[in-house]
Design a protein around this ligand. Structure first.
Ligand SMILES: Nc1ncnc2c1ncn2[C@@H]1O[C@H](COP(=O)(O)OP(=O)(O)OP(=O)(O)O)[C@@H](O)[C@H]1O
Length: 241
């Protein structure tokens, strides 16, 4: 589905992503981990057109993404959630979800169709009965579920999820993890997920990619990643520095 080859992104003299290859397959949840500053968010930004790479190729279902705007990438079927919650707090829960349904698709959807998609996505995350409330009245955990609903309302094939577990309780993290798992199992969506909370990422991913100082140092099942010496060293380096 998504194939990246030799992707390098520099900011001035800093190589934030260094010659990285990876792929995401259909109906796969892939974790993206690594110490602070490893290049994880930058790698997402190369995929979504926010920071096009200096070199390399990134294709989605055979279409080259490099050169496309973030909006064009979204319309091809790649949705995204952000580390900082981006709900419009004075708008209703339904209006927030409708943003995804309207801007994430390449067809000109009618208002009825957008409403249907938004409500279906809200029901999927358990928020449809709160659709007329202001988004700002939701808990952080529910606003994160709303972010997922907004992404799912675009009916994407792939969702890029950036640290959705940050600031949540263990129970809330578990709930959001289950939503991602259900998105894969019930909707056939693939998920590429940056997360620092290891229990969450280890519990649900099919595969984990590890970055360190811009380079990919491992790519394997959770069990393989747990026993990988280079991964342990990368994290120990972070603790010591
Ligand atoms: N727009 C930018 N301009 C300059 N440098 C940047 C920019 N964005 C990221 N960087 C640098 O690129 C490197 C990788 O940053 P990035 O945010 O991708 O790491 P990360 O793995 O997502 O980190 P974290 O886990 O802390 O969010 C860092 O050294 C960062 O300072």
């Amino acid at each position: 589905m998504l194939t990246a080859t030799n992707v390098t992104k520099k900011f001035g003299g800093l190589v934030a992503v260094d010659d990285v290859d990876f792929s995401i397959d259909d109906e796969e949840i892939v974790g993206l981990i690594g110490p602070n500053g490893a290049g994880k968010t930058t790698l997402f930004n190369t995929v979504t057109g926010v920071h096009p790479p200096n070199t390399g190729s990134i294709t989605f279902n055979g279409t080259e993404l490099i050169g496309k705007t973030p909006n064009e990438v979204a319309q091809l079927g790649i949705a995204r959630t952000f580390q900082a919650v981006r709900t419009f707090n004075e708008s209703t829960v339904l209006d927030n979800a409708m943003i995804g349904a309207i801007f994430g698709t390449d067809e000109s959807v009618s208002k009825t169709e957008a409403t249907d998609r938004a409500r279906e996505a809200l029901a999927f995350v358990g928020l449809d009965d709160r659709r007329d409330e202001e988004a700002g009245g939701l808990t952080i955990a529910d606003r994160k579920q709303l972010e997922l609903a907004k992404a799912l309302a675009a009916e994407p094939e792939l969702i890029l999820v950036d640290e959705i577990g940050a600031g949540l309780t263990p129970t809330e993290i578990d709930e959001i993890t289950r939503t991602l798992e259900r998105a894969r199992d019930e909707r056939g969506v693939s998920v590429f997920w940056i997360e620092h909370i290891m229990e969450a990422i280890m519990s649900v991913t099919d595969r984990i990619i590890v970055l360190n100082q811009g380079e990919k140092i491992a790519d394997g099942t959770p069990a393989e990643i747990r026993s990988d010496d280079r991964v342990t060293e990368a994290y120990l380096g972070e603790v010591e520095s």
